[in-house]
Write a new protein. Structure first.
Lengths: 276, 332
């Protein structure tokens, strides 16, 4: 079981490492999002703190400025983007007949699934940390706005952030892997993922404070896994006020989401890899 | 057990009620090269997929290497190797890496795999190309790598699905050598589906022909050919009005004569000894003979006889002339 699992991880790694654009895009995405989008889309400049705009700054729940708030939200944004293509490998393997070779091999089906899940979630996770790193670097560059950490970050806090990023990566990777297993056509896959991408993001608090949303959207945002992960990050980085729960509770929510989506994906993969 | 594959009334009905395979019964003995022939859509791949655990039979049963394919698929998978029609190697990986991955998926440790990979690369003449990306391989090299991948875990049975499709004649002959070597050295039982009847003739100890999901014949290639009743001589005469049927029938050794326009098909044994006699017999009539062709029975003809249609698209006009309606079914 372990050897077969490690073999699938190695295959995924070799395939990934040989495509420079793929590797490069994982570095570039968080950088570009923060540099271009983050610098331009700066609500602090549009609505400076002070009379009339107090509501916005209260809604940031203790984050020192909008860019810092946004950078923490970037974790959810980047992980979602990076995991969006997790199922393409399965889809192409199916089309190339490689899936049949894997199905005909004595490797346990769970190892085939788990190998892809683990490698692809790791790949989806680290661009999120790059986003934080870039935010911190930007903070030191004159002329750029950056991530200003005004909370006291403990080792436990760092562990909580890593765990939140991990759980979010695993659940999205599982979801998109399930699409890869379930669908046969590239068009269906890309159609479905692009259909889901922005709605998942916009029903979360990654970019906009939850309290500024209409109440029905607030309800959705409260349960959106992106919000849960971002809450864990913000509660640890900033001197926050007004969160309904602590990081532990949000992590529990994320774990439930991850468990659910992994179970669904495993079911879909098992059905697909089984003899019909 | 001397029977490595045993299928009993094996069948597959797909959802929608299509019977892709019905009632296939066959046995393949240990270390035998067994050919499985049939036109497109006859049920070859469906049968192979059931024997290799990729599809579940809807009726009947099959044992491969001593295990039931439906009840113990993982035990079967451990003992079989597959060579698919298309290359299933990762083009972005080297030949060696592909073999390492294949070994890992079979649970073989790196230390155990290393000498095995070296040996297979050597036997398949891929040692020099081992560390090149597979996308740079020729068609023949990819086929050989596929065999190496399929045999990495030293399977008892190797299933080859149209392994030489798209290879040139030289490449095919070379490939047969590797297959024979595999059987001779490793005692592997080989189940081969093919489109090429000469391949089955050259390579297989026994074979069966499947058509419309059912077996229509099984046996040793020479036996199947003998059933056709010996050689055929085709005599073409341009002198239409003169009927040479009686003249030809009178030649000693000719057992039957059938005429289709200017072409006479004669049945006989050892046809090559009758050519001069036929020419001498026709001469007095004054008819002009434009060609005399002696044809040894081939599996193509066996196939024509069994299914009423030509095996290949081109050439055999007899298939069309006999049963045009059936011949057209191939196109579908």
């Amino acid at each position: 079981m372990w050897r077969e699992f490690a073999t699938v991880v190695r295959r995924e790694y070799l395939k990934w490492a040989r495509v420079p654009i793929w590797v490069g895009s994982y570095f570039i995405i968080p950088f570009v999002y923060l540099l271009l989008f983050g610098q331009a889309f700066n609500l602090d400049r549009l609505f400076p703190a002070g009379a009339g705009n107090a509501g916005l700054h209260t809604a940031l729940l203790g984050a020192p400025d909008y860019f810092s708030y946004f950078t923490a939200g970037m974790i959810g944004f980047v992980i979602l983007t990076a995991s969006l293509y997790a199922g393409t490998g399965v889809l192409f393997d199916k089309q190339l007949g490689i899936q049949s070779r894997m199905s005909a091999s004595p490797a346990p089906r769970s190892a085939l699934f788990a190998g892809s899940l683990v490698f692809r979630s790791m790949m989806a996770m680290w661009p999120a940390f790059l986003a934080i790193a870039f935010g911190l670097v930007f903070d030191r560059i004159p002329g750029l706005v950056g991530l200003d950490v005004n909370g006291s970050v403990s080792a436990l806090g760092v562990a909580e952030i890593v765990l939140a990023a991990f759980l979010l990566s695993v659940m999205f990777t599982a979801l998109f892997l399930a699409f890869g297993y379930a669908l046969d056509k590239n068009e269906s896959y890309f159609g479905l993922t692009s259909l889901l991408n922005l709605p998942i993001l916009f029903t979360s608090n990654a970019m906009f404070p939850q309290s500024t949303m209409p109440s029905w959207l607030q309800t959705i945002a409260a349960y959106n896994p992106v919000s849960l992960a971002v809450n864990v990050v913000r509660e640890n980085l900033f001197a926050t006020v007004g969160y309904a729960y602590g990081p532990g509770e949000y992590l529990l929510g994320l774990a439930l989401w991850a468990g659910l989506l992994i179970a669904v994906a495993l079911g879909v993969a098992a059905r697909e890899l089984r003899a019909k | 057990m001397s029977e490595t594959i045993a299928a009993e009334a094996l069948g597959k009905r797909f959802t929608g009620g299509v019977d892709a395979v019905r009632d296939v019964t066959l046995t393949v003995r240990e270390a035998e090269i067994y050919g499985f022939l049939g036109p497109n859509g006859a049920g070859k791949t469906t049968t192979t997929s059931m024997l290799t655990t990729l599809l579940r039979p809807t009726h009947g049963r099959a044992e491969v290497a001593g295990f039931d394919v439906g009840e113990r698929p993982e035990a079967v998978r451990r003992r079989i190797g597959l060579v698919f029609q298309r290359s299933t190697a990762d083009a972005d990986l080297t030949g060696r890496e592909n073999l390492e991955i294949a070994a890992g998926l079979c649970g073989i440790s790196r230390a155990q795999a290393r000498p095995r990979i070296r040996d297979l690369l050597d036997r398949m003449d891929l040692t020099e190309a081992a560390d090149r990306y597979v996308r740079t391989y020729s068609g023949g090299m990819q086929r050989r790598l596929e065999v190496a991948v399929g045999t990495i875990h030293e399977p008892e049975v190797l299933f080859l699905d149209e392994p030489t499709l798209g290879l040139d004649p030289q490449g095919r002959a070379g490939f047969w050598r590797y297959i024979r070597d595999l059987r001779a050295r490793d005692h592997v039982t080989i189940f081969l589906t093919t489109h090429y009847l000469d391949e089955a003739d050259q390579l297989c100890d026994r074979l069966s022909v499947i058509d419309h999901g059912s077996l229509v014949a099984s046996g040793v290639p020479s036996e199947l050919k003998d059933r056709l009743g010996g050689d055929t001589i085709e005599v073409t005469s341009t002198d239409g009005p003169t009927d040479l049927t009686d003249v030809l029938r009178a030649v000693p050794g000719i057992t039957s004569v059938a005429r289709a326009g200017p072409v006479y098909r004669l049945k006989c044994h050892r046809g090559e000894t009758l050519v001069s006699k036929i020419a001498l017999a026709i001469h007095p009539s004054g008819a002009e003979v434009t060609s005399v062709v002696v044809r040894k029975p081939s599996l193509d003809e066996v196939f024509l006889e069994l299914t009423g249609r030509a095996y290949r698209e081109e050439g055999d006009t007899n298939g069309g002339a006999r049963e045009p309606a059936r011949a057209s079914r191939r196109a579908g």
